[in-house]
Design a protein around this ligand. Structure first.
Ligand code: NOJ
Length: 556
């Protein structure tokens, strides 16, 4: 039987919230967030409408890549708590009906992982073939250094081993050799372990690199990487029919599609829409809907029981690598002119609100897009209150500052010594005296209140998550209009990318005289005459409209 016939599809209309335990909430006052602190904040997430928490890596680590360098796949970083406290947190989340997924980072380990220590110690080590070794870096091996500011090559000579090893990322992150069946088995074991403790799936780090086996063996011996991903998914689904694999695949659409697997979707359950995200920023920069509309038209339909995952920001730089050089420059000019805001020549180490000069209308517009466009929305902690970045904090860390709970010391994140915080609190205009959860909770007009409304409406409109969608043609180039249809229900959404109000004339097939368009984000009812309607949008305005038939009762 196919996976899709047995699996639960809760993730289709989930609201995913990504956080790093160490920067979320510190319960024991040592300056580092922990699982006990997170458990205390699950209620906040539930009240916001979050249905799934994505935990960034929480495993033992020397922390040279924010935890993406792991020394024990079966452990909990002792700074964050104990295994018992991790399970306690899972229980608290479960009580609230919130599922939890976690980063699965198995493309590589930390160089301090005991497997690598053993591997480098001798060619006879049982772990030697768990990594990818060469006497000389191959001329035709994989290409593309991911962190060009720090690394010049994908191969590093190891004195102790007397050979070069492959590392896709930093040199302290040797790649595991997934062509080795023992490594594959071990990865399955890791999955099984955390599923058993209660996770509902994984965000899979760097999927294309994980599957890449080229560095490992002679070409004819290579096992089919997609067969491996299929195996992984099948195993996951056998263990837990509702569990998901949410994959980090930043490739052009046709290449990303391969990671969903066959027409039923037997590999990754969801793939992040990196292309749509980058085109969104181009649309924002140009104040024109075109680039985003084009991406939505171009985006292949995902297999029936799979989904795209949409996002505005994440914990890495805002990558613009899939834009042309000129397009990227347009986004840099609009949102990050200063070299210190840019990273690797391809991205911005910024959060959204400062990029948009804090314009509340424009910020709301972006989140309205996130929740109305097709795909499962994924938020990065702090987005709901409009947190900014701290540029004095090095590299990608600029956006990884402590959650701002209140205007108290340390932003209410910790009662510890400010000098000993795991990361510095944002200073200045976006610091905790201006931006914090407590004040947003008190203000019905805050960004957080807007986010809650969007989430409520998104969950009330199954069309948005499950339906067919269509980008609607019209004359106003600054406006994106789309509709979603499902089981006779229709929702229309309009977004104005420009700073002036606009009137848009639309034709809505299947909508008849007598039908009404009811505003879902504010008050308003617009009669539709013969499938035609003219709708006004404020500057950076957005509207979601439900088609209501005569005699139909609509409950807001
Ligand atoms: C992708 C993660 O998002 C990034 O933060 C990390 O540095 C690399 N993978 C390496 O694990």
């Amino acid at each position: 039987m196919k996976l899709s016939h047995t699996a639960d599809l809760w993730w289709k209309n989930a609201v995913v919230y990504c956080l790093d335990v160490e920067t979320f909430f510190d319960a024991n006052g040592d300056g580092c967030g922990d699982f006990r602190g997170l458990a205390q904040r699950v209620g906040y997430l539930d009240e916001m409408g979050v249905t799934c928490i994505w935990l960034m890596p929480f495993y033992p680590t020397p922390d040279r890549d924010d935890g993406y360098d792991i020394t024990d796949f079966y452990g909990v970083d002792s700074r964050l708590g104990t295994g018992g406290e991790f399970v306690e947190f899972l229980q608290v989340a479960r009580d609230r009906g919130i599922r939890v997924i976690a980063d699965l980072v198995v493309n590589h380990t930390s160089s301090r992982h005991p497997w690598f220590q053993s591997a480098r110690s001798s060619p006879e080590s049982p772990h030697r073939d768990w990594y990818v070794w060469r006497d000389k870096p191959p001329a035709d091996g994989p290409e593309g250094v991911v962190f060009p500011d720090q690394e010049k090559s994908l191969w590093e000579y190891d004195e102790q081993a007397g050979q070069y090893y492959l590392h896709r990322f930093y040199k302290h992150q040797p790649d595991l050799n997934v062509a080795n069946p023992a490594v594959r088995d071990e990865i399955m074991r890791v999955l099984g372990y955390w599923l058993h403790l209660g996770l509902s799936g994984f965000r899979v780090d760097a999927v294309p690199f994980l599957l890449e086996t080229d560095g490992a063996l002679d070409a004819e011996d290579l096992p089919d990487p997609h067969a491996y991903l299929r195996d992984l998914r099948a195993y996951l689904s056998r263990r837990n029919g509702e569990a998901v694999l949410l994959g980090e695949v930043n490739l052009p659409y046709p290449d990303t599609m391969r990671f969903f697997g066959d027409e039923d979707g037997d590999e990754l359950t969801m793939c992040f829409d990196f292309i749509g995200m980058q085109r969104l920023y181009l649309s924002l920069a140009r104040q024109q809907a075109g680039p985003l509309a084009e991406a939505l038209r171009e985006r292949p339909e995902q297999p029936k029981d799979a989904h795209w995952a949409t996002f505005v920001r994440n914990h890495d730089e805002l990558t613009l690598d899939k834009l042309s050089e000129q397009e990227r420059q347009e986004v840099f000019d609009a949102f990050g002119r200063e070299p210190r805001m840019q990273l690797y020549g391809r991205g911005l180490r910024r959060r959204l609100p400062p990029m948009l000069d804090g314009d509340p209308d424009r910020i709301r517009l972006v989140y309205s897009l996130l929740f109305s466009l097709p795909g499962t929305p994924v938020l990065f902690y702090g987005e709901e209150i409009g947190m900014g970045e701290e540029l004095s904090f090095e590299g990608r860390n600029a956006v990884r500052t402590p959650m701002q709970w209140s205007d108290d010391d340390n932003a209410g994140f910790s009662t510890g010594d400010p000098e000993k915080l795991v990361a510095p609190v944002v200073q200045g205009e976006y610091g905790p005296s201006k931006v914090n959860v407590a004040s947003h909770l008190r203000d019905p007009h805050s960004l957080l209140s807007w986010m809650k409304l969007l989430i409520r409406r998104y969950r009330q409109c199954p069309e948005l998550a499950w339906g067919r969608y269509e980008v609607l043609p019209h004359e106003a180039e600054q406006v994106l209009a789309h509709r979603a249809d499902q089981d006779g229900g229709t929702v229309v959404a309009l977004h104005n990318f420009a700073g002036e109000p606009v009137e848009v004339a639309l034709r809505l097939d299947g909508v008849e005289s007598g039908d009404r368009l009811v505003d879902l984000l504010g008050d308003g009812v617009t009669p539709v005459g013969d499938g035609r309607v003219s709708l006004r949008l404020d500057r950076y305005g957005c509207r979601w409209l439900r088609v209501v038939k005569p005699g139909e009762v609509f409950l807001p």
